[in-house]
Write a protein that binds this ligand. Structure first.
Ligand code: MSP
Length: 498
């Protein structure tokens, strides 16, 4: 089994912020989860370095686009490392390997007869690198996403015959209802298609910063086709000396709603034109909002992941994003929100559970997990959880899966309150019961922690080690699958109070 997951590649026109980190964390959780299942995983992220969004920013800063990319791409790379992303490769669209393969595929699309030369006139947003249709215009011809004036542009360029793919796209959406999820995004994409598709520019005549069109080198390939193709090109050169396209293609894409049209409409059409198999699926998530607005560089309402990590740690950030905001929907985040989830859920619920279970085993059983069977009531509540989590994560339902896991955390805390091990410990006749209570708690904590591992790799790694449960394979997540007898190791508080 193989699993290939991608994030959007981010424009190098500003510092990375929490919005970018969000998509990368989502993809990382899926990558780690599939690795836990023993699958061969390829996880790709990177930077989009061509086109107007980057060229314009470079001009504003008085540097070349390449200098800007060389300064900012490492910042995105560092961000990925800081949030503990386990990406197998970091692509830059300025990589020679990428550019070469983009030219090959665009040439193939041309040879297959899907490209012609023509004239285009319309309202253009340089930050989106996109022409807007009449229905997409904001008030006074502004961009509804960036809230900046659009420019009227008239260009002679090469066109991709998107319109000719309308029937094939409609069929695709019909035959594969989960090609785009969640459903309401699928419907949005489908209604865009059904409104009637217009051909789209494949090249830019006026811009010099990009991949040259192979048959007309005065023009560069439109940045969106260059960028989308990263998902395909990376497999060709991302692993030194090996082409892993066969092994990993097709991908599972993670992206936000702002770039739905490019991924859900242009991309499958372009792949069909190039005779390449379509993606497995794409999950479209919402926006992290601050003060009611999309967190974005142009609006200036951004949270720096470095600051959040310095204060709460990468795991807490990873947890918070998917706990606070239902993955797929827009949601408000705030420093105060972080603080409160950190205290109540991570420190008081999970951290405290770990601490209580370990210290009770230390106190009452000399630090050795008792052998014995867990009580039936507890076992019943924990047994089905791994299957439910697995099924939800197959659909990239990161928030729902996390809630399934959190039910276990709550259940285990409640079990401690119900069984009161500190009272059982005073009663010699209750020794067997105490054994089975402590075994059940250790086992429940182990299973819960294994399930949380993809979300919070660092802290759960420490706890698994203390539980002598090395190796985070999902196959080990069955409650009661491990007998007792382990010597518990030391554990520093997982989520110390700030
Ligand atoms: N370069 C293109 C994508 C090309 S993919 C072939 C681009 N780059 S971007 O830098 O603008 O990144 C957009 C993506 O960043 C969004 O689709 C989303 O994944 C992520 N996010 C940026 N801000 C975000 C929020 N405020 N909230 C959630 N995700 C956000 O578009």
């Amino acid at each position: 089994m193989s699993f290939y997951v991608t994030t959007p590649i981010y424009y190098v026109n500003g510092e990375p912020h929490l919005g970018h980190a969000y998509s990368t964390i989502a993809a990382d959780i899926l990558a780690r989860h599939h690795r836990q299942r023993g699958e061969d995983v390829f996880f790709l992220t990177g930077t989009d370095e061509h086109g107007e969004p980057v060229a314009q920013q470079a001009e504003a800063e008085g540097v070349t686009p390449r200098e800007l990319g060389d300064r900012l791409a490492p910042r995105f790379k560092e961000m990925a490392a800081k949030i503990n992303a386990s990406n197998d490769f970091f692509i830059r669209t300025t990589d020679e390997g990428h550019m070469k393969r983009v030219q090959e595929i665009v040439q193939r699309v041309y040879d297959n007869g899907h490209v012609y030369e023509g004239m285009y006139e319309g309202w253009y947003c340089p930050r989106c690198a996109d022409f807007k249709t009449e229905s997409e215009l904001g008030p006074n011809n502004t961009c509804p996403i960036h809230q900046i004036p659009l420019t009227r542009e008239k260009q002679k360029n090469w066109f991709f015959k998107l319109s000719s793919f309308q029937p094939a796209l409609e069929r695709l959406y019909e035959e594969r209802p989960d090609f785009v999820v969640p459903d309401f995004r699928r419907n949005e994409a489908l209604s865009f298609i059904k409104q009637g598709l217009q051909d789209v520019s494949l090249s830019r005549p006026t811009l010099k910063w990009g991949v040259p069109v192979p048959w007309d080198t005065d023009q560069v390939i439109y940045v969106w086709f260059d960028a989308l193709l990263n998902y395909y090109t990376a497999l060709g050169y991302g692993i030194e000396g090996e082409d892993v396209t066969e092994k990993f293609w097709p991908p599972f894409h993670i992206l936000a709603k702002d770039i739905l049209k490019f991924h859900a409409v242009y991309w499958p059409a372009f792949l069909m034109a190039a005779d390449i198999e379509l993606p497995k699926r794409m999950f479209i998530h919402g926006f992290l909002l601050m003060g009611g607005h999309k967190m974005s560089k142009s609006l200036g309402n951004v949270l720096d992941p470095d600051e959040v990590i310095a204060k709460f740690g990468a795991d807490a950030l990873r947890f918070y994003c998917f706990r606070e905001v239902s993955f797929g929907q827009d949601g408000q985040i705030s420093p105060a929100g972080f603080e409160s989830r950190y205290e109540t859920e991570l420190a008081d619920q999970y951290g405290n559970l770990a601490n209580r279970v370990l210290s009770m085993i230390g106190r009452y059983r000399d630090g050795v997990v008792p052998e014995g069977d867990a009580e039936a009531g507890l076992a019943g509540d924990l047994e089905g959880a791994p299957d439910r989590v697995r099924a939800l994560l197959d659909d990239a339902e990161l928030t729902q899966a996390l809630e399934e896991i959190w039910k276990l955390v709550r259940r285990l805390n409640q079990y401690v309150e119900e069984t009161k091990p500190w009272e059982l410990s005073k009663d010699d006749a209750a020794a067997d019961r105490l054994d089975s209570v402590l075994y059940g708690l250790a086992e429940g904590l182990r299973v819960t922690t294994l399930l949380l591992h993809a979300y919070m790799p660092e802290t759960t790694g420490r706890l698994l080690k203390a539980l002598q449960a090395d190796g985070a394979s999902f196959d080990n997540a069955g409650f009661g699958s491990r007998p007792g007898g382990q010597q518990i190791g030391a554990l520093e508080p997982l989520f110390p109070k700030r």
